[in-house]
Design a protein around this ligand. Structure first.
Ligand code: NOJ
Length: 764
């Protein structure tokens, strides 16, 4: 008995108080049992629960757990029946708290083993609060705000019963024709890895049993971003060095961040479809990385191995998928139909089935679904909360990249007397949300037009869309748009792509501005008014002509629900643009692929050696063409390099200092540089660190990003930015093994992949 109790007991007069004290304590203890989060179950507990449950399961129940279905075309009674019979362990594309709770009730009360369902959905860049498309989020180079965006998505989605999302999509791509370039983090493995980690952490939260935790799904494993010609679903051929040094990097980062699930892909990789690929799924994911999470196929990708010409029929496809290590089949029936007979024929072993089922049950236990299968209907209020929308505005603001700003055309003064707001994306609430928006609603978007009117007042805004939608070829709206421009002090043209032009199945051969937008921009330029073009698109477009015609150009991607206010903040100088390109911008489709970390050729081009097409004499076979590696028409540089982005201020880099000019292959360097904000406005700069391994046992990239930092600098402020560069960051796969090779290295700290302070060091 402690002193406090003794005191109360011996003071009779205080007996009443003591009783009250006891009651309060019991109530607190009682309530805390319910309100405190359950402790995270430990690994051994989970394994023993998995094994014990597995030992009670019939083969049918196991196959049920291995199957996921979209019940959109089923009647309510059919759905209830399959759940009570344990035929499917997971659903996708089913929503509504009541519906999901009702199905869970059947699963946990009526099915024989009471195994809860797991409900999955594509929540790619927001659930109801829509953030910029992932490529836009990547342009923020800000893992922290990206993590928070994904946390918000999970809070919203989980409140509707979704505990598994098919995100993050972390396919590296070098091809802006590919529609799914919108969904990924761009071309760079280092940036994509940092963001993959942030996304997984945001999606899953701090504690998996928390009702707002959602299982992440690293997709698409693997190589899907390398579809030939950028045509969706196409063949991929990727050398093992590129696979390991580039494509796999963000997946490894997602795995290390604890991603609970992986998704196999649609593409075939070097001749073997990735949903039946033992090398990637078994050798790399399971054996080398020791992944104990769950692998789901992509939608129908198991049976699609028949179309690939890799399997003769569904039975063989099921065999190849399970052999490769696909635990759950998404929206297909090859497992349901064929696993049993494959076992009877001893082609599939009990151990293979059990391994898959264990991976699935482990996921359900980790998420606490057995203890907490239902959705709290109260949580519904956590949708479109003002702080969520505020965050969407912050992310959209940081995702916009200023590509041109002649004579400080931007920012505009908020006291400007009039502006013309023109263009098909100026007031397109659905289009600004971008691709992969299942639950976000256009009615919750704030468009640039609305936001600009809010800043200036409606009377100062002369709006004439000029074109009804991005592909519109009719010029009937031109006259009105030109008239609006003529009576305004500046033109804000919102160009871009409709949302439907990027995303799955939405590849484009030409990546210019669709329709007659360029023609309208050209007409508007003739007015002589300052012309500001804002591009809202799902991919990096070939916008050379628009850059030439405009005075300022802001690349905003599809910015989500709050794209309008975010852009208004930048246009009127509330904040400076600070995004940087997460992907190289090419001059035209013919320049693809162009990525900054290419290897050098034997004949690298320089400014001197490029012979532009127009400068070649018409009839003169003596002309020296330079014989270097370039295009006569495009030259040898992209339109804008990776990492590029301007600001309303200017930054001056100086004093690059290395802690040493050499290190061992176990060592580390500290690398420092000073950055001065040389202008009158406070702003963020994204400081980037690149290296080049000059000579390798295989040819090495001309530059590789190895660090970045977003720093805020007040006007005239100087900060010293420090990076740690461990020798391990220089490791690469050389076709045989991972190596850190001795030799000379270049190092740069700068504002983009094309500029920077230079130094060198060696690995001894
Ligand atoms: C196919 C897509 O490739 C994948 O990314 C998505 O998660 C599934 N469909 C489910 O919608």
């Amino acid at each position: 008995m402690n002193d406090v109790m003794v005191y109360f007991i011996h003071k009779k007069a205080n007996l009443q108080l003591f009783k009250l004290f006891c009651i309060v304590i019991s109530v607190v203890v009682f309530l805390s049992t319910f309100s405190c989060k359950q402790p995270e179950p430990n690994k051994n507990d989970i394994e023993s629960r998995v094994n014990s449950l597995l030992s009670k399961m019939t083969l049918d129940e196991k196959i049920g757990q291995m199957s996921q279905i979209d019940p959109s075309y089923m009647t309510g009674d059919q759905i209830k029946k399959i759940v009570s019979e344990g035929k499917y362990g997971s659903f996708l594309n089913i929503f509504g708290v009541e519906k999901i709770n009702a199905l869970q009730k059947i699963a946990v009360e009526k099915s024989r083993l009471k195994i809860p369902l797991i409900i999955g959905r594509d929540v790619i860049h927001g659930y109801r609060t829509i953030f910029p498309i992932p490529l836009g989020m990547a342009a923020t180079w800000n893992p922290e705000i990206v993590k928070k965006a994904f946390r918000i998505s999970s809070v919203e989605a989980s409140s509707q019963g979704i505990r598994w999302t098919f995100a993050p999509m972390i396919d590296i791509t070098w091809d802006p024709r590919w529609g799914r370039v919108a969904e990924g983090c761009g071309e760079d493995p280092y940036l994509a890895s940092a963001l993959a980690k942030a996304m997984v952490e945001g999606i899953q939260g701090d504690k998996l049993t928390d009702p707002t935790a959602v299982a992440a799904c690293a997709k698409h494993f693997v190589g899907y971003g390398f579809v030939e010609g950028g045509r969706d679903y196409n063949t991929t051929y990727i050398s093992e060095p590129v696979l390991r040094n580039v494509v796999l990097k963000p997946f490894k980062a997602a795995k290390d961040a604890g991603a609970l699930t992986f998704m196999s892909a649609f593409n075939d990789l070097n001749g073997v479809p990735t949903s039946g690929n033992e090398f990637t799924l078994r050798q790399i994911l399971r054996k080398e990385w020791k992944y104990d999470g769950m692998v789901v196929s992509d939608w129908g990708s198991i049976s699609e191995m028949i179309n690939h010409g890799y399997c003769a029929n569904e039975k063989e496809a099921a065999l190849k998928a399970i052999t490769a290590g696909v635990d759950m089949e998404m929206s297909g029936s090859t497992y349901v139909k064929h696993l049993k007979s494959l076992m009877d024929e001893e082609k599939v072993s009990q151990a293979m089935i059990d391994e898959a089922v264990k991976n699935i049950l482990r996921l359900k236990f980790k998420l606490g679904l057995f203890e907490n299968p239902y959705v709290d209907p109260q949580a519904e209020k956590e949708i479109l909360a003002p702080e969520f929308l505020d965050h969407a505005r912050t992310v959209a603001r940081q995702s916009a990249v200023l590509l041109k700003n002649d004579m400080n055309t931007l920012p505009l003064s908020a006291s400007i007397s009039s502006v013309a707001v023109i263009g098909p994306l100026a007031d397109a609430p659905r289009d600004q949300l971008g691709t992969w928006v299942f639950d976000g609603k256009a009615e919750n978007s704030v468009t640039p037009l609305t936001a600009i009117k809010e800043v200036l007042g409606g009377a100062k805004v002369n709006f004439a869309a000029g074109l009804k939608y991005s592909r519109d070829k009719s010029k009937t709206g031109f006259a009105e748009a030109i008239a609006a421009a003529k009576k305004s002090q500046a033109i804000l043209f919102f160009a871009g792509e409709e949302w439907i032009l990027s995303g799955e199945g939405q590849s484009r051969g030409e990546i210019n501005l669709p329709g007659v937008q360029e023609e309208l921009i050209e007409e508007l330029a003739k007015t002589g008014k300052p012309l500001i073009v804002v591009v809202m698109a799902g991919r990096p477009l070939a916008i050379g002509n628009v850059v030439r015609k405009s005075n300022a150009l802001l690349y905003a991607f599809h910015g989500g629900s709050m794209a309008g206010p975010a852009l208004a903040d930048l246009i009127f100088g509330k904040e400076s643009p600070s995004g940087k390109l997460p992907i190289t911008f090419v001059k035209g489709s013919g320049q693809i692929p162009f990525y900054y970390y290419h290897n050098n050729t034997g004949r690298p081009a320089t400014a001197k050696s490029w012979t532009p097409l127009d400068s070649i004499p018409v009839i003169n076979s003596q002309a020296s063409l330079g014989y270097k590696s370039f295009y006569l028409d495009y030259g040898y540089k992209p339109l804008f390099p990776f990492g590029f982005g301007l600001s309303y201020t200017t930054f001056k880099y100086s004093d690059l200092v290395l802690s040493s000019t050499e290190m061992t292959n176990k060592g580390r360097l500290t690398v420092k540089a000073s950055v001065l904000n040389n202008g009158n406005m406070d702003a963020d700069e994204i400081v980037q660190l690149y290296i080049r391994d000059r000579v390798g046992s295989i040819t090495r990239p001309v530059k590789e990003l190895k660090g970045f930092r977003r720093v805020h600098l007040k006007s005239r402020e100087t900060v010293s930015v420090t990076f740690e560069l461990p020798a391990s960051a220089l490791e690469f796969f050389n076709g045989k093994e991972n190596v850190i090779e001795p030799g000379e290295f270049d190092i740069w700290i700068g504002p983009n992949s094309d500029e920077g302070l230079h130094s060198e060091f060696a690995i001894k």
